[in-house]
Ligand binder design. Structure first.
Ligand SMILES: [Zn+2]
Length: 504
């Protein structure tokens, strides 16, 4: 990979998405040392000896998209399961009684495969809540980070590892399980909070701020019901000490609303608030089965919410109260979630779905999302959630040069009636011609400049083939638990939780 991070983009239509709303029909962008130094008509004249000039006539230059929520360990499993409710889906995806690990090379190749797919579509940054099966290790963390380092993508990565026994993460499950299955769950590999915090120490020391700041660490508790309070407190302190984003899945499903009442006697948002952990570093993922009091708490704490509409449809989770959150002042970002639930890792498609799905839950059309706020969510919203506001998600002198060049001579923009609306409703990433991250051209002329895509795709197929027996064993392990999880799911589904987030 070239380390040269200075270049000039000439004659592009420019959409800055900055505070002033700058837009030029024809302008230049001057990049030096990975940072935007100047922008505007004839800005190229101010460039000091650029090593690369890109003539962008007929192209749109815009900020790279930010995939606000993702789990890279799902990358090799796209299309592997039919639609299922989250609780059954997770049972098959990460079976609690399966112990086989896929290996660090699979972690590396899978991660880089997802990065390749995103970079080709102009997704320059990802916020990866990476889980490790069955346990995290220094090597499994390094494999993921090295993949992002080699790909050229900007990545903020957490370690998403619950530290409590499986049946305590759910309502009713402990009582529904036969004793022998409960005992098996007790014996399943599980790391302590201390072990996980030690791994976080390694992640922060080795990777946070590395590669010119392109790679960063985040923290994650997965979900409040999946960790001990001590470990949760340790993560909260770590997040504050290093100003790291805090990934937390809250109230993705109705069953989790039931769980909050059953286990803690309150909503899971209020549970986190009462522990004192709700703060502006928290990115609350999904936030579907929240009520008005939850929304007020999220707004008061300054949390961001990560909306994953394609995942929510795939798992039948329900529709997030988008307008209520926005009206309360809660910033929203958009993610694809993992490749098993948004199988194309296409943030453009997630953005379009976000623009459309809220018409189902809200009859008053004045409350429906508009294209400009969706585009904001997939750029600046994601930047904010990654604690990189003012650094990425917009084109402004002083910002990192994470820039995408989109071909305007395509069906998506012919004719171009409204650029922003057509970016959200017509573009699907296939019009992206060049992707620049931190001033480096990582994708151009139909190929990535950083890695050998063909070789990696071939290796991914080999790894997947070799893993088939493991997948079959995991599926067999999940089938033993399926009837119990189904009972649990149906019992929660029958409860009246005082709010509705589905059509029926
Ligand atoms: Zn997730």
């Amino acid at each position: 990979m070239s380390d040269d991070r200075s270049l000039v983009i000439r004659n592009a239509r420019v959409l800055a998405l900055d505070d002033a709303g700058h837009e030029w029909p024809c302008a230049d962008i001057v990049v030096e040392d990975g940072t935007i130094r100047a922008m505007g008509p004839d800005a190229a004249a101010t460039a000091r000896d650029p090593t690369k000039t890109i003539d962008s006539t007929g192209m749109l230059a815009m900020p790279g998209l930010v995939n606000a929520h993702f789990h890279s360990p799902g990358n090799l499993a796209k299309g592997s399961l039919d639609n299922l409710p989250l609780e059954l889906f997770m049972l098959y995806e990460v079976p609690p009684l399966a112990t086989a690990e896929s290996g660090n090379r699979a972690g590396y190749v899978g991660t880089i495969l997802g990065a390749m797919e995103m970079l080709r579509r102009g997704i320059t940054s990802v916020h990866d809540d990476a889980f490790h099966v069955p346990v995290a290790s220094r090597d499994s963390i390094d494999a993921i980070m090295q993949a992002y380092a080699d790909s050229g993508m900007r990545a903020t990565v957490a370690i998403d590892q619950p530290n409590i026994v499986e049946y305590d993460k759910y309502p009713y499950l402990a009582e529904l399980l036969p004793p022998e299955l409960r005992a098996e769950m007790d014996r399943a590999p599980r790391q302590t909070g201390e072990e996980l915090l030690a791994l976080y120490g390694l992640l922060v020391k080795r990777w946070h701020g590395s590669h010119d700041g392109r790679l960063r660490a985040a923290v994650s508790c997965s979900a409040p019901q999946r960790v001990t309070v001590d470990y949760f407190a340790g993560l909260s302190q770590l997040s504050k000490r290093h100003d790291l984003p805090f990934n937390i899945h809250i109230l993705e499903t109705k069953l989790q609303r039931v769980l909050g009442e059953e286990k803690f006697g309150k909503s899971l948002v209020r549970y986190v608030h009462d522990l004192g952990f709700l703060d502006e570093r928290m990115m609350v993922i999904h936030a579907i089965w929240i009520d008005d009091a939850d929304i007020a708490l999220l707004a008061q704490a300054g949390c961001t919410v990560a909306h994953n509409p394609v995942c929510n449809l795939r798992l039948g989770s329900g529709v997030m109260p988008f307008r209520k959150l926005r009206d309360a002042g809660v910033p929203v970002c958009i993610g694809t979630d993992e490749a098993t639930v948004d199988d194309s890792i296409n943030l453009w498609f997630a953005a379009k779905t976000a623009a459309l799905v809220h018409t189902l839950s809200e009859p008053d059309y004045r409350h429906w999302p508009v294209a400009s706020e969706i585009l904001h969510a997939v750029t600046r919203g994601g930047a904010r959630a990654m604690r990189l506001e003012g650094r990425i998600g917009q084109l402004t002198p002083g910002c990192a040069a994470d820039i995408v060049l989109v071909d305007l001579d395509t069906a998506a923009f012919t004719p171009c009636n409204d650029l922003v609306r057509q970016l959200v409703l017509c573009e699907d990433g296939s019009g992206v011609r060049s992707t620049i991250v931190d001033g480096r051209v990582v994708y151009e002329n139909g190929r990535l400049t950083t890695v050998d895509e063909r070789a990696l795709r071939a290796e991914a197929r080999e790894i997947a083939a070799a893993q088939r027996p493991l997948v079959a064993a995991a599926e067999a392990a999940a089938r033993r638990l399926d009837p119990v999880y189904r009972d649990m799911y149906l019992r929660a589904a029958r409860q009246d939780v005082g709010l509705v987030r589905r059509l029926s």
